[in-house]
Design a binder for this molecule. Structure first.
Ligand code: TRP
Length: 336
């Protein structure tokens, strides 16, 4: 490997194993994770502990963690370049979580909009983990002294809290944690629902046609795009305000073809929406098909997945334990 004078910045990100990933997950997160590997030192994590903040069927969670790992590998996370692991396999995260809980304020945690939203959605299960979720997320990040954290809009408040807690700890004890910055990629920041383009694409949507899953086959993908809700003026033009459906399709087409919005408008000038929708479906299927084939292959190889996670956990633990030891000392826990 070539020696560079400047040390690569470190990136950490996580994704919950909440079933199949959507096209939104792929464009907004996973695809970028793969790209970032060239320029950064990357740690990627399946956040299985965060998934426990809502009720899970144990067998499903177990299967989904394995599936999420297989999909990340299929989508280009390369363990020769990056560290890929499951959160629960690195106990130092939960150990640091406790210390950070003791340095997070009730008021701060109460103000988190995700906590408020999820409490409203599951009023029968407003548990302590849901409340301290951002402290665990801060631990995930701070334990590796990550410089940059790629996150979606919905996680920026949690990242801000991680900075607040890191800063508080550094001031109370001594400089320990790197203050992490968000890493926002310009493209595909937010992919919208195909049936209601004013809402984010989400697999928890009741309407199956509103989202594309990374595992959908070509016919399903094209069919869902054909049914995408647009508008009635018949012109292909990027205008998120007045034409959210068409603009969403243009954003997706842009991601997979690299064509600018003007180029896309010119390409489909005078052609109907039907043609355009099929074209979008085709480029998405072209991108997802090979990933899916690879995913099926990897998923069938449990030993490979287990080994990958084992090695990932070992490498991550080595880094994480270093930070944890320092932190335990600094806060005054008796050392033997
Ligand atoms: N909370 C994130 C989400 O649901 C997942 C996550 C857990 C994460 N720990 C993280 C993301 C640390 C970035 C960094 O999307």
């Amino acid at each position: 490997m070539e020696q560079t004078t400047e040390k690569k910045k470190r990136i950490l990100s996580g994704i919950q194993p909440s079933g199949s990933f959507t096209l939104g997950n792929y464009i907004g997160a996973i695809r970028n994770w793969a790209k970032l590997q060239d320029d950064f030192e990357c740690l990627y994590m399946v956040a299985d502990l965060h998934a426990l903040t809502v009720r899970q069927v144990p067998a499903d969670l177990r299967a989904r963690t394995k599936e999420a790992t297989a999909m990340l590998l299929a989508a280009g996370i390369d363990t020769k370049e990056s560290i890929l692991f499951a959160q629960s396999h690195v106990p130092a995260h939960t150990q640091l979580n406790w210390i950070l809980c003791c340095n997070s304020q009730f008021g701060e945690l109460s103000r988190m909009t995700q906590f408020k939203d999820k409490s409203a959605k599951h009023p029968d299960n407003v548990n302590g983990g849901l409340f301290t979720y951002p402290a665990l997320m801060a631990a995930d990040i701070l334990i590796y002294n990550a410089d940059l954290v790629p996150v979606g809009q919905d996680q920026t408040q949690h990242l801000e809290l991680a900075r607040t807690v890191a800063n508080r700890f550094n001031n109370a004890y001594s400089p320990t944690f790197t203050l992490p910055d968000g890493y926002i990629t310009k493209e595909g920041a937010k992919i919208m629902s195909l049936t209601d383009p004013t809402k984010k694409m989400s697999k928890s949507d009741d309407n199956q046609n509103s989202f594309i899953l990374m595992n959908d086959d070509r016919d399903t993908i094209v069919r869902k795009f054909k049914r995408a809700v647009t508008d009635s003026d018949g012109v292909i033009r990027f205008d998120t305000e007045n034409k959210p459906g068409i603009s969403n399709l243009m954003s997706i087409y842009n991601v997979f073809t690299g064509k600018s919005m003007d180029e896309i408008a010119a390409e489909f000038d005078g052609r109907g929406y039907a043609d355009f929708k099929v074209a979008v479906g085709e480029v998405v299927a072209d991108a997802l098909d090979p990933i899916n084939a690879e995913y099926e292959k990897i998923l069938a190889d449990k030993a490979y997945i287990d080994n990958t996670l084992k090695e990932g956990a070992q490498m991550a633990s080595k880094l994480a334990n270093r930070t944890l030891t320092k932190v335990y000392k600094k806060v005054g826990l008796y050392q033997i």
